[in-house]
Ligand binder design. Structure first.
Ligand SMILES: NC(=O)c1ccc[n+]([C@@H]2O[C@H](COP(=O)([O-])OP(=O)(O)OC[C@H]3O[C@@H](n4cnc5c(N)ncnc54)[C@H](OP(=O)(O)O)[C@@H]3O)[C@@H](O)[C@H]2O)c1
Length: 335
């Protein structure tokens, strides 16, 4: 086994309660390319290697295998449940049965509680795992504050019942947050959002921080293995941005590691995915050594291309014009 990274050396982020959690975690979405076996093996190796935060979701269809690997890690004495920070997410087809979905994730993960439970998307719009980009569900609807709050109330009840410790939102926009935050009884602890050098979402990032939501950045490496439905010819590869390539050369490391150093130093929690041990270990190690300079951070801040990769077009409702409708670009909730 390769060198382990001491979890105490991994930088931490503070949630609104004051609790500290790791500043980087491992993603578990196999992008329709890596199956549950490979992903769960990676989680096993990652925890052995020093990871303590695992980003999961029911729709990734691998929580049962990950649960088995977690059991193995406890039995082998590698880690205790309390030392881990495990997230899961309710999928769009379960917004009216959140507790049932959460209980399924709990059973699959073989745990009594989930640390942070997200509403994965703010729409109840379902698409089958593995579908193509043109696939549409005729029952899809635009965002509704009432329906979202009904889902959020169910999440709040999970906290009341002790099934989850924190709740969070994902794939939100400022107009949607403006509408729902005043109605929340329990503060969302985190906002999961797409975040990488070519798509920094500075305004949404700042909004989350100022509302005490920890940003968790998905696709932190620009998701080079993302499904076909999330690819367009205009997409920019973060690892080919001249700023990233030159800084990587100066540090003598792979460009993805510059994306991760930048993410952690900026303040989001990146959740890079990899099933390859040298990759996932170097992803964690890189944030414990050789930080970027202020000048390098400023250079990367200037490299934003507003290049959203996960456009979400499969969630569009009848009558919507295009994927931009999901993201409220004119500053109001698109109906
Ligand atoms: N909330 C949401 O709606 C949402 C949406 C998307 C993702 N997520 C979460 O975010 C996580 C990360 O996003 P992602 O998996 O799409 O993309 P990502 O982490 O940006 O990219 C993952 C890919 O990068 C490559 N890679 C990883 N480490 C590397 C290294 N050290 N050197 C070179 N290449 C490396 C691997 O490609 P190869 O496979 O080619 O080796 C890997 O498959 C997901 O797993 C999931 O947990 C959440």
């Amino acid at each position: 086994m390769s060198e382990r990274i001491d979890p105490n050396k991994v930088p931490k982020r503070r949630l609104y309660t004051g609790e500290e959690i790791p500043a980087l975690g491992i993603g578990t979405f196999g992008s329709d390319k890596y199956g549950p076996e490979e992903v769960s093996q990676a989680v096993y190796g990652a925890v052995k290697g020093g990871y303590r935060l695992i980003d999961g979701a029911a729709v990734y269809q691998n929580e049962d295998r990950i649960g088995e690997m977690l059991q193995k890690l406890y039995v082998e004495g590698v880690v205790t449940r309390k030392e881990l920070f495990i997230t899961s997410k309710v999928w769009n087809d379960s917004h009216r049965q959140v507790e049932a979905s959460c209980r399924k994730s709990l059973a699959d993960l073989k745990t009594d509680y989930i640390d942070l439970y997200f509403v994965h998307w703010p729409f109840p719009n379902y698409h089958a795992p593995g579908c193509d980009g043109d696939s549409r569900n005729p029952d899809s609807k635009p965002f509704s504050v009432e329906e979202f709050m009904d889902t959020w109330r169910q999440c709040e009840e999970l906290v009341d019942k002790g099934l989850v410790r924190y709740i969070g939102m994902s794939n939100m926009t400022i107009p949607k947050l403006e509408a729902v935050l005043p109605l929340c009884r329990i503060q969302p602890a985190a906002l999961e959002l797409e975040c990488h050098p070519s798509f920094q979402q500075q305004e949404l990032f700042d909004y989350a921080v100022s509302h005490h939501m920890q940003p968790i950045g998905y696709c932190p490496l620009g998701s080079p293995s993302r499904p076909e439905r999330d690819r367009t010819p205009e997409d920019v590869a973060d690892t080919q941005l001249p700023e990233i390539v030159e800084i990587a050369r100066a540090h003598g490391v792979h460009p993805v590691l510059i994306c991760l150093k930048w993410a952690v130093q900026r303040g989001q929690i990146p959740i890079p995915f990899s099933v390859k041990e040298p990759q996932y270990l170097s992803n964690l190690r890189c944030i414990t050594e050789d930080p970027l300079t202020e000048e390098e951070m400023a250079r990367i801040a200037g490299a934003d291309k507003n290049c959203r990769l996960v456009k979400g077009q499969v969630f569009l409702w009848p009558g919507a014009s295009d994927w931009q409708d999901l993201w409220d670009l004119d500053g109001t909730i698109t109906k």
